[in-house]
Design a binder for this molecule. Structure first.
Ligand code: HEM
Length: 510
């Protein structure tokens, strides 16, 4: 840490100088303390409240600032053909804040754990904030949001022992066949990225882009690290964890301090609107890839992270992302998992940070806000328009107040009809892509996947083992067979070739 000249003197939060920060006020030197000891009371009471509730998932994270620059083109065509979002105008630079995270353990847990990694980007655009709240992996475990709390309970520590338990994880997964594909990624080296700088990011869901005519396409977003992708074997992760359980936060912070700014390029995949009956999966199903050989990745911009937060709590812990936070030209798709998320994020943030969480500098848009929303704890208003009557905090008004904004473009009005039902989607195809993903892995990745699954399943009840073998066999017969063999005979699976050059560097045919 750099030494600075010490010039400023301490105050308390009322602005009073603190002249003795070593001794509380007492009756005589030995005590007891007196209660009219404002400096002590303020200091200790604030300390008692230093923490806020952890995020229910993604509690462990690291953040950084930077910018996004749009290339403005998609394979030589202007991006405005697909979206009127100003953030995608050619050459436009937009400030961003990114928070990377692990998912299932507490705020200071090791960063080497097998877990998806969060990749949440807040774009402070001229039209207000856009949050792209993604993960490093390109798919998800489940496709119906009603399953999310159960999925998280199974993956988080046991409510009795407070220890994460492979048996609880595999129990849930074996009964949720749609999770087979994600598990195939998670138990392979893709489940432990080397650190945050060497991992991809993905919006996972299909979203929509809307152009000036109100015409929409389906779009998926992917961040590709310019540094390259690097994943860890379980053995490598164990070695790192034995020495350092903050390695990813440390790596990101130090790289930025040293001016070695990490970069990612943003790619999109595009699909015409519609149900696409020609596919053997539903394009809105978040457990499915749009394989890049069928739906090419198009490069549309780059992001550079070049500044560290000044204060972790104020900026990283209190940052609040949500999938509902979109700007003009970007829209939702009908993916039901996405709608479930959109409710959940802002709901938890009103509890976790407070009802006025959007007034904190890290969360508030750079564009001025002008709302009639009033009050609540810690209301800190800056939106008193000079030419507006402060009495009119409602709309409509014939006297004064804010007017409705003009719609910046043709409204996109998707058509939906149907009975209100409780039904899964058609074309669930739980296992097809799980098998394909297994077959597309390198040999070292397959070996590692089998070893990790065998290790986890060997701690499970036989019923769970059998369910899992059945599911994996449906995905790919060799895949199922190798896991079954591994469980019968621990020597049946080859050790990964740890010294091989290809270890760590995946190919990405997904
Ligand atoms: C129904 C499904 C899901 C629900 C209900 C859900 C809910 C949540 C909640 C409640 C949080 C904590 C937010 C906070 O306290 O600020 C969170 C964080 C997060 N979720 Fe999800 N999630 C879901 C699926 C997903 C998926 C599919 C992804 C990836 C595409 C994802 C990525 C993230 C990330 C990156 C964070 C951390 C954001 C940050 O850094 O502050 N989640 N999620």
């Amino acid at each position: 840490m750099k030494k600075h000249h010490q010039k400023e003197t301490l105050t308390n939060q009322q602005g009073h100088p603190v002249t003795d920060n070593q001794n509380a006020r007492t009756v005589g030197k030995r005590g007891p303390m007196v209660l009219e000891n404002y400096d002590f009371l303020e200091k200790i009471s604030h300390f008692d409240r230093e923490k806020i509730p952890e995020r229910i998932v993604h509690a462990r994270g690291a953040g950084a600032y930077g910018y996004f620059e749009s290339y403005g083109e998609l394979d030589g065509e202007p991006l405005s053909k697909y979206t009127r979002a100003k953030v995608f105008e050619k050459g436009k630079q937009t400030p961003v804040f990114v928070r990377f995270s692990t998912v299932n353990h507490g705020k200071h847990s090791p960063e080497t754990l097998r877990d998806p990694r969060g990749f949440a980007v807040k774009f402070y655009t001229e039209d207000g904030n856009w949050d792209l709240v993604g993960n490093n992996l390109k798919i998800f475990f489940i496709r119906d949001p009603i399953k999310f709390p159960d999925f998280v309970h199974a993956f988080q520590p046991d409510p009795v022992t407070n220890i994460q338990d492979p048996e609880r994880i595999m129990d849930f997964v074996s009964q949720s066949p749609e999770a087979t594909h994600m598990i195939t990624f998670l138990f392979s080296p893709w489940g432990i990225p080397a650190n945050y700088r060497y991992m991809q990011g993905s919006g996972v869901h299909a979203y929509r882009w809307v152009n000036a005519e109100g015409k929409a396409v389906l779009v998926k977003y992917h961040w590709e690290p310019v540094q390259g992708i690097k994943n860890l074997t379980q053995t490598e992760a164990n070695q790192i964890q034995g020495e350092n359980f903050n390695h990813a936060t440390e790596d990101l912070y130090n790289a930025i301090e040293e001016g070695n700014y990490p970069e990612w390029e943003l790619y999109v995949q595009i699909m015409e609107e519609g149900e696409h009956p020609e596919l053997d999966f539903d394009p809105l199903d978040p457990t499915k890839l749009w394989y890049r050989d069928q739906f090419p990745w198009h490069k549309v911009g780059k992001m550079v992270l070049n500044d560290n937060p000044k204060n972790y709590h104020a900026e990283v812990e209190q940052s609040a992302f949500g999938t509902g936070v979109l700007v003009d030209g970007l829209d939702f798709s009908d993916d039901k998992l996405l709608q479930g998320r959109t409710y959940s994020y802002s709901d938890t943030q009103r509890y976790r940070v407070g009802p006025n969480y959007l007034q904190l500098p890290i969360n508030s848009p750079i564009k001025g806000i002008r709302t009639n929303q009033n009050g609540g704890q810690m209301d800190y208003r800056t939106d008193y328009a000079e030419d507006k009557s402060p009495h009119i905090n409602y709309e409509p008004s014939a006297l004064d107040g804010y007017l409705e904004a003009e719609n910046p473009g043709e409204e996109h009005e998707p058509y939906v009809e149907g009975h209100i039902v409780r039904d899964p989607i058609e074309r669930q195809n739980h296992f097809g892509q799980a098998g394909e993903t297994y077959r597309r892995m390198n040999e070292w990745e397959q070996n590692e996947l089998i070893n990790n699954l065998v290790n986890a399943l060997s701690q499970c009840h036989e019923t769970i083992q059998n369910h899992m073998i059945e599911n994996l066999t449906k995905a790919d017969s060799e895949y199922g067979k190798r896991v079954a063999q591994g469980l019968n005979d621990p020597n049946a699976t080859p050790d990964p070739k740890l010294n091989s050059d290809e270890i760590g560097h995946p190919s990405d045919p997904y």
